[in-house]
Design a protein around this ligand. Structure first.
Ligand code: OXD
Ligand code: MN
Length: 597
């Protein structure tokens, strides 16, 4: 690959001098080169080749036991001032961090090859797209980036002789958790990641570029980078309406994006098309003033456990070829894969995620997990049976509705609509959810996760809310309607009250009817809730209108607690932003409190 861009060449020399690799290999994106790398990874044991008849082109990878999820406590936003990063991001002065990290990178690639991976987030020649170059010492990273991004010569062409790019440096070094850092320098358009080999920390196009750096660029340039799925819902008339939805990690974005409608709706002709399952970049189209979304990724980095033919047929189908599995279990009988929730049949001759050979049936019967709860598949989006024909549209799809949601056993009803964009921004800003295995730390505790961006906002969260309000002003009448959903409400006995999965379509239909002005709603303290009879429960034998009513009730005492709670309450949360908190957010909080009292 001939590189003429001087900025690229200068940076490469600098990084080579720092990391001191034995070799440098340019990734051109060709199948021949990828195949060589797969062979090498298999030869060194970095990857295991799976059954090529049942799972053609599929491989297996195991990470270090200490390196299985995003490390939020070691993720930094290094802006010149601490205030720019804000109170919920880890911060260190850029000079100090560069000095600290340079000492770690110094010679980290000795005896290794440095791979140079040019990649595009988005499609070539799209007004939405951004390019990056990732330098890494991991073949696993190269192969995953080949699935998750448009990689190689195509990206180098996009950068051209003078173009800018995000400078991404990764070294797995010795995966020492004590010296693991995932660091962003937004002003330098630079990302440095060291001592991890877990996808979310090292596939730098994804969380690091497409969310943290891109959210910062979006603020500068007047667009949004959001932790959102994008789906198209086709009605029997053949019209497709697009919805973006932000849920925290491992709360079902992939499932909702690939939803299969209940039988009776399928028969009527309803269909769901997937545009994206994790990240949306949104811009106002200058021609019609509406908000359009693209998915900047080319693949799915999905959570495996819980994925089955029943829960997500389409995701499972997407993993049947060209997929890399990480930290799931291997069925040694036929060299295929298994995870909890795939089926009720754990393999007897299994290798669990840490590498021990076990009798899978006995092992799981004792309550052990064969697959890590955050084990993953990296699958090409093109494999997905319901991939939208707009998936590669460089101009994106127009967005009718935005949904926020979390995992809340109590409080949040099945669905409600915000009164307007400002109130919707408040609804997003006050989102909360019970934590999952996607990040290290305790699982199942309520934490506030504004717009599902807590771990991903590349600057001060309060300034980010201000950006949402600004964008709303620019959109005016064209602003998508904003909703909140909760699929995870539980009754007093701890049972889920809503079936979820494909049946979530019933809620999406109410949402689109609201957008089209086709259905009334009840205005209450928190916004608009459906009239219970307007949520279609056809064929849901176990569910009555009374049950829907229970799902939609607003327990005022719970809501007031959600505001006042000394640990997790909205007031305490907002207080940390001081005078950076937009006045509109304080006004909305006062209004909510008044409405509830
Ligand atoms: C993800 C995450 O991998 O949010 O998408 O952790
Ligand atoms: Mn995610």
């Amino acid at each position: 690959m001939e590189i003429k861009n001087q900025k690229v060449l200068t940076w490469l020399e600098e990084m080579k001098a720092l990391c001191k690799p034995d070799n440098v290999v340019f990734i051109d994106g060709s199948e021949a080169q990828l195949e060589e790398l797969r062979k090498e990874a298999v030869a060194t044991g970095e990857m295991i080749k799976l059954n090529q008849e049942k799972l053609p082109g599929c491989y297996y990878h195991r990470t270090a036991e200490n390196d299985v999820a995003r490390v939020e406590d070691r993720t930094f936003i290094c802006t010149p001032t601490e205030e720019e990063a804000g109170p919920i991001n880890n911060w260190m002065a850029p000079d100090e961090m560069y000095a600290k990290l340079k000492a770690l990178y110094d010679g980290s690639m000795k005896g290794r090859t440095m791979y140079v991976i040019p990649f595009i987030m988005g499609t070539p020649n799209s007004p939405f797209s951004k390019v990056g170059i990732e330098l890494t010492d991991s073949i696993y990273v190269v192969l995953n980036m080949g699935i998750m991004t448009r990689m190689g010569q195509v990206a180098m062409n996009e950068i051209g002789e003078n173009g800018d790019f995000t400078k991404c440096l990764h070294s797995k070094k010795d995966v020492n958790p004590e010296e693991r850092y995932i660091v962003h320098f937004p002003q330098d358009n630079t990302i440095w990641s060291i001592n991890s080999a877990y996808g979310g920390n090292v596939l730098l196009g994804k969380k690091c570029l497409a969310l943290r750096i891109a959210s910062y660029l979006g603020k500068q340039e007047g667009w949004f980078a959001e932790h959102m799925l994008i789906l198209g819902l086709e009605n029997p008339e053949g019209e497709v309406h697009y919805i973006c939805a932000a849920f925290p990690s491992a709360c079902g974005k992939t499932n909702l994006a690939m939803l299969i409608p209940p039988e009776y709706l399928k028969k009527k002709g309803y269909k769901v098309w997937t545009v994206g399952d994790d990240i949306a970049w949104l811009r106002i189209n200058p021609e019609d003033g509406k908000l359009y979304a693209i998915n900047p990724e080319a693949g799915f980095f999905g959570v495996a456990p819980g994925t089955s033919e029943k829960t997500n047929f389409n995701a499972l189908a997407a993993t049947k070829k060209g997929t890399i599995f990480t930290n799931v279990a291997i069925n040694n009988e036929d060299m295929t894969v298994w995870w909890e929730g795939l089926d009720k049949n754990p393999p007897s001759d299994a290798t669990e995620w840490k590498g021990a050979k076990v009798d899978g049936k006995a092992y799981t019967a004792e309550g052990n997990k064969l697959a890590h709860p955050n084990s993953r598949f990296t699958a090409p989006a093109a494999n997905c049976p319901c991939i939208s024909k707009e998936f590669e549209n460089p101009n994106g799809v127009p967005v009718s509705a935005i949904i926020f949601g979390g995992r809340r056993a109590k409080c949040a009803p099945l669905v409600y609509q915000s009164r307007d964009w400002q109130h919707g921004t408040f609804v997003g800003a006050t989102m909360a959810s019970e934590t999952t295995a996607a990040a290290t730390g305790a699982v199942g505790v309520v934490r506030r996760d504004p717009m599902a961006m807590k771990p991903f906002v590349g600057y001060n969260m309060a300034t980010y809310w201000g950006h949402w309000l600004e964008m709303g002003k620019k959109l005016g009448e064209n602003a998508p309607k904003i909703f909140h959903v909760n699929w995870f409400r539980k009754d007093d006995d701890g049972n889920f009250m809503w079936p979820g999965f494909g049946d979530n379509m019933r809620v999406l239909l109410w949402i689109l009817d609201r957008c089209a002005g086709k259905v009334d709603a009840d205005e209450c303290a928190i916004g608009y809730v459906p009239k219970p009879e307007d949520i279609d429960i056809t064929d849901l034998d176990e569910m009555s209108v009374e049950d829907v009513k229970a799902l939609l009730t607003i327990d005022k005492a719970e809501w007031l607690k959600d505001i006042e709670d000394p640990e997790t309450g909205i007031k305490k949360y907002f207080a940390q932003f001081g005078d950076k908190l937009p006045k509109e957010m304080a006004d909305e909080l006062a209004k909510l409190e008044a409405n509830l009292s």
